[in-house]
Ligand binder design. Sequence first.
Ligand SMILES: Cc1cc2nc3c(=O)[nH]c(=O)nc-3n(C[C@H](O)[C@H](O)[C@H](O)COP(=O)(O)OP(=O)(O)OC[C@H]3O[C@@H](n4cnc5c(N)ncnc54)[C@H](O)[C@@H]3O)c2cc1C
Length: 411
Amino acid sequence: METDVLVVGAGPGGSAAAYHLARQGIDVTVLERSAFPREKVCGDGITPRGVAAMLRMGVDTAEPGYERVLGLRVYSRSATIELPWPELRSWPDYGLVRTRHDFDAILASRAQKAGARLVERTEAVQPIVTDGWVTGARIRGTEEPGEPGSEVRARFVIAADGAASRFAKPAGIRRDVSRPLGIAARRYYRVEHRPGPWFESWLDLWEGDLLLPGYGWLFPLADGTVNLGAGLLNTFRGFKEVSAQRLFDAFSTMLPQAWGISEDTAAGRVLSGPLPMSFNRIPVAVPGLLLVGDAAGAVNPFNGEGIAYAMETAEMAAEVIGEALVRGRPGIAASYPGMLRDRYEAYFRIGRGFARAIGKPAIMGRATKHLLPRPAVMHFAMRMMANLTDGRDGDAQDRLFWLLERLAGIL
Ligand SMILES: Cc1cc2nc3c(=O)[nH]c(=O)nc-3n(C[C@H](O)[C@H](O)[C@H](O)COP(=O)(O)OP(=O)(O)OC[C@H]3O[C@@H](n4cnc5c(N)ncnc54)[C@H](O)[C@@H]3O)c2cc1C
């Protein structure tokens, strides 16, 4: 089989890449090893940044099934604070929650409607490399194993195969262990208690009197369930001793009994997964192959958000590949790593510093005690952590954000 662009994986990254390529009239094939709808371990939270990426794919966010979220409610032992999303020119002022079971199927169908070919139950086993250029993939069916040696030939390949991303490894992609990595667990519960239209997050998790390194969340879904989860970063002191499961157990026991979080209200098992942050894969492209989303390690180290970054990096990959194909100059795609650097490096550098700082319980404890009760500081922190700004031309907070990024770019 032959196609212009082969996309490996149909998560938010793969579907966004396929959509934006197909919209340019490019022949694109997406391989997905499972079949939709399928489960994906996630908090299911979509910030205004993710909403913007959905709108660029023509998704109707007013349809039933989405829970709208006004902002963030942050809890600690010393204070609780509500932080509405900032009102900005560049970003919507609402977030969404939707199970990945539904969400990923919606995005994949947007890509198909735009003209992309989706091949489910098919796994890309390894890249085909011809004279140093990735020219396709060996594939196999995941239900009825395909003929040995089946392959797809392509002018470009996009690896959008998620956090484990085994596909790109033989092409020379490796993990940069100096970059932060998160691990988190989540479970659904059918509860009476409704938290209201907020992403709820807990900054200190207690196992009795012991403060554990990590954070917790509770996100409301439109069907009345909640997504409860807890996670930690490998920059946290004690990371090796605390599993995501233990953190999750401590967190779920810590919540008020009246909220009804218990074995009786649980829907499904506790499932966990990794969050590869701050572009922890290098290089993010080799000739003929571009990495997007979790495969590139594109999760935001400030807040563990990966959906928006998967969709944005996919859009950027689609843009450079589109230009390379239209102009008949494959070398144009080599500009992709530079584009990622320009857009994210300064911000993610600050995020890495943040990830290191909050990993120290003393700093984290002092920060939550002294900063949480200060609304102005917290509003700025939320803008920074969610990466929502109007840039240099915005208000005073935007200008401070812009200045910090410039400084991080210079240092
Ligand atoms: C517990 C947890 C909670 C999280 N909560 C949030 C949150 O609330 N908000 C947020 O924004 N982010 C969250 N994230 C991060 C988010 O889930 C990821 O960043 C996001 O899914 C990345 O999208 P992706 O398209 O790059 O990869 P994925 O969503 O992982 O999609 C990869 C796809 O590729 C397929 N695939 C894999 N290998 C192959 C192959 N060889 N051939 C064919 N197909 C293949 C897989 O089946 C899958 O469908 C969370 C992550 C975890 C683990």
